[in-house]
Design a protein around this ligand. Structure first.
Ligand code: ACM
Ligand code: ZN
Length: 755
């Protein structure tokens, strides 16, 4: 009861805090004109629509559940108060057919659209105008909204292989997409750890493949397991029900059937389609496993039969065939594979992968459908009609668009919702990385490298929710909310990263909707976030939160409380110390504490140059990241680290004056599951003139492994003005390791220099 009351109060406050010009729509409509006055919704209001209008019934149901009003739906009405659905009134040439116009005047609301999909979006916008409770009458601001999305692929993915989610939760998930006008649900149905879709022709796929004898517990890096049987799958009847449910909500489901890799659950069921015949067990460990489909004729027949059933269930234009992370080890020593390479005149196993995908594409095309695959399908040559889902950054997508292939952008940096969204120590265990709401909001699916013509191939974007570390619906919701709201505005096309704060304000008001609906969501947005900049003799530490006035901090390692130092301006840090900060509202901490240790050394804040630039996804802070006084946190490699994909680190620091030193340190990261490997070697040099460098020490990969990546070299005192550090990238990942055959990531941080 108390909670209920609180929600009402909160809602009232937030309602008042939005001026007419700033109602909390998400995604923000393209055009809003506010008018004076209000439409009063009451039990006499009639919904005027076709009898079979799903949109009218949907609206009727929401009004009933939320406001307790039972509105009549009628095909014509003389009522004084009406919500009218009009369709095909305005003839417009719209590529997406998702356009709508919502006009609210004192006694009439009109939702105008050319399709039922447009009407659905008009309804969703109208719902965002409704109060959450019917307390003192329902007044809706008069206005006129004209709106349509920028991108036609507004997607959200869910992995149901690593953990299984019930039919009921999948429907909820679809509803969550619908309220934010997303239109694509990418359903990742098969992987090493479980096959989740009933295939009538191959019953063992779910009798065997849907069940595993245990799961990883803790993080991949811990390599610990339970032995609790785990599994589940969807029957074809359940899938039909879900597809129909999504269709009503104008959401297309894209099924993903993974091949040639991530196939262990299928191979455990039918080992004859592997290279070595097995036997296999459904995967218990996450990551990239080496047993993949063998491209022999029988395998293609098997996969084609599966895809035939899949295409009968899912009417989508695109069928996702995976294509990612498929190690070539088995193929290298398989006589079938080697014969295929020879017979088809292929250069190597990469071209064999391309052959595999192209052969599947031909089959899918013959059924009038198209394939989409992860960006690895570019390797060895893209299948002629395939669309590409770019996840290893945006490069794959850019390359595909330049080759005139359709693209969905989904880079790990901005679109992986299995990454942390707040300070890791305050969050449930996650894959790694750091993708907060602001980062998601800042994503632009159209890269600057694309011409206007090439940009037309960008269908849109999508975020992915991989569930290695997510095993309950509540946790899935937590990772989804509120980041989905930011994504929805990105793909609707009204996000503006320069106005993030304005979006954040609207977003916070949606938290009341989440509370009301019982949606579990992250409040990390209230956490204090930080930025560092070079400053005289150290660094300046800038803190931010939803409301900058409420930040309190300490510098002595104690927990901040309401009486701690109020934050006013960037904190000058000139000696090693730990700053702890939290955001307070009405005398209470609104978020968990963040904690930042600083290690100030002779290199902190000094000029630094890099020969190779870090990858765009892991280099926001630029070269300064290496001398900012903050050591990278190993569970949060999206921040505080520089990441190089295939390249070496070659950094030169200018200390400004000749300085006596005897120690240099650098940190490097190992996270094999994310293809981050220690460098092959690290070399340290000094120089007085910046031209002639003397080597001080060279450290081998074995020494780096022994030191767990934390290297400090000590040497007799010497005077120097310049310091150079070269860390050699691990290169192509060896067979048997996660990411085998791909370039290694090199992650480095904090070059410290001491006497
Ligand atoms: C992926 O994240 N392996 C597509
Ligand atoms: Zn083979």
């Amino acid at each position: 009861m108390k909670r209920f009351f609180l929600i009402i109060i909160l809602f009232q406050i937030s309602w008042l805090s939005f001026s007419q010009e700033n109602l909390a729509f998400i995604p923000k409509p393209h055009q809003i004109d506010y008018h004076d006055g209000f439409f009063e919704l009451n039990s006499e209001t009639v919904i005027q629509a076709d009898e079979d209008s799903f949109e009218a019934k949907y609206l009727q149901q929401i009004i009933k559940n939320q406001l307790g009003l039972n509105l009549e739906i009628s095909t014509s009405s003389k009522a004084d108060s009406k919500i009218v659905f009009l369709s095909k009134i305005i003839e417009i040439e719209k590529s997406f057919k998702e356009w709508y116009n919502l006009s609210i005047s004192k006694n009439k609301i009109i939702i105008n659209s050319t399709t039922s999909q447009g009407a659905f979006y008009g309804v969703q916008t109208l719902i965002q105008l409704l109060p959450l409770e019917n307390i003192r009458g329902i007044k809706i601001q008069c206005l006129n909204i004209t709106d349509e999305p920028k991108f036609q692929w507004r997607g959200m993915h869910l992995d149901v292989s690593r953990h299984f989610f019930s039919k009921e939760f999948i429907k909820k998930y679809i509803d969550y997409l619908a309220i934010y006008k997303m239109n694509t649900f990418h359903w990742h149905l098969t992987d090493d750890q479980g096959w989740r879709i009933e295939i009538k022709k191959y019953p063992k796929l779910t009798e065997v493949g849907a069940w595993r004898n245990g799961s990883m517990i803790g993080h991949y890096t811990d390599q610990t397991f339970d032995n609790i049987p785990y599994g589940g799958f969807y029957t074809q009847d359940e899938i039909k029900e879900i597809v129909a449910y999504a269709k009503e909500r104008h959401i297309t489901i894209i099924p993903e059937i993974e091949m040639p890799g991530h196939a262990l659950a299928a191979l455990a069921s039918y080992p004859e389609f592997s290279c070595n015949g097995g036997p296999f067990e459904v995967g218990k460990t996450w990551g990239v496993l080496e047993d993949v489909f063998c491209p022999k004729d029988e395998t293609f027949t098997f996969l084609e039969n599966i895809l035939t059933e899949v295409m009968e269930l899912f009417p989508s234009e695109y069928i996702h065939i995976g294509g990612d992370e498929s190690p070539k080890v088995r193929w290298k020593s398989c006589p079938h594979c080697q014969k295929r390479i020879k017979d088809e005149n292929l250069k190597d196993e990469h071209e064999l992968q391309s052959y595999f995908i192209q052969r599947i594409e031909k089959f899918v095309n013959s059924k009038g459908r198209k394939i989409i695959g992860w960006d690895e399908i570019l390797e060895g040559g893209l299948a002629p009609n395939a669309a590409v889902m770019s996840w290893r950054g945006t490069e794959g997508g850019i390359a595909a668009a330049k080759q005139k292939h359709f693209v969905v952008m989904s880079p790990g940096s901005h679109c992986y919702f299995d990454h942390y969204q707040g300070e890791p120590k305050n969050e449930p265990i996650a894959f790694g990385g750091y993708t907060n709401v602001e980062k998601v909001y800042s994503f632009n699916p159209i890269s600057k490298e694309l011409s206007t013509e090439e940009s037309k191939y960008i269908l849109g974007a999508q975020a992915n929710l991989w569930t290695e570390y997510i095993n309950t619906p509540e946790h899935a919701e937590y990772m989804l909310f509120p980041r989905i709201a930011a994504l929805s505005e990105v793909v609707w096309g009204t996000s503006n990263s320069k106005e993030y704060k304005e979006f954040e304000k609207r977003l916070i008001s949606h938290f009341e909707i989440y509370d009301k609906k019982g949606i579990n969501y992250s409040k990390a947005i209230f956490e204090v976030t930080s930025k560092v900049q070079p400053a005289e003799n150290g660094v300046a530490f800038e803190l931010k939160s939803a409301n900058p006035n409420g930040i309190k901090y300490t510098t002595d390692g104690s927990e901040p409380n309401v009486n701690s130092i109020p934050y006013e301006k960037p904190i000058l840090v000139t000696k090693s110390q730990t700053i702890k900060a939290a955001y307070f509202e009405n005398g209470k901490a609104k978020s968990a504490t963040i904690e930042q240790p600083f290690f100030i050394t002779k290199s902190t804040g000094k000029e630094i140059e890099l020969v190779h630039q870090p990858h765009e996804n892991y280099g926001i802070g630029g070269s300064f990241t290496l001398v900012d006084g903050m050591k990278g946190n190993s569970s949060k490699f999206g921040r505080d680290w520089l990441g190089f994909w295939g390249d070496d680190l070659e950094a030169t620091i200018n200390l400004g004056i000749n300085t006596t030193i005897s120690k240099i340190g650098i940190n490097t990261l190992l996270s094999e599951g994310s293809w981050i490997y220690f460098p092959k070697e690290i070399k340290f040099f000094t120089s007085i003139d910046g031209v002639n460098f003397q080597i001080v020490k060279s450290i081998s990969q074995n020494e780096i492994i022994t030191a767990k990546g934390k290297i400090i070299i000590e040497f007799p005192k010497r005077k120097t003005k310049f310091i150079k550090v070269i860390a050699k990238n691990n290169g192509i990942i060896a067979d048997g390791k996660p990411g085998a055959g791909s370039k290694s990531w090199l992650f480095v941080d904090e070059i410290s220099v001491e006497l």
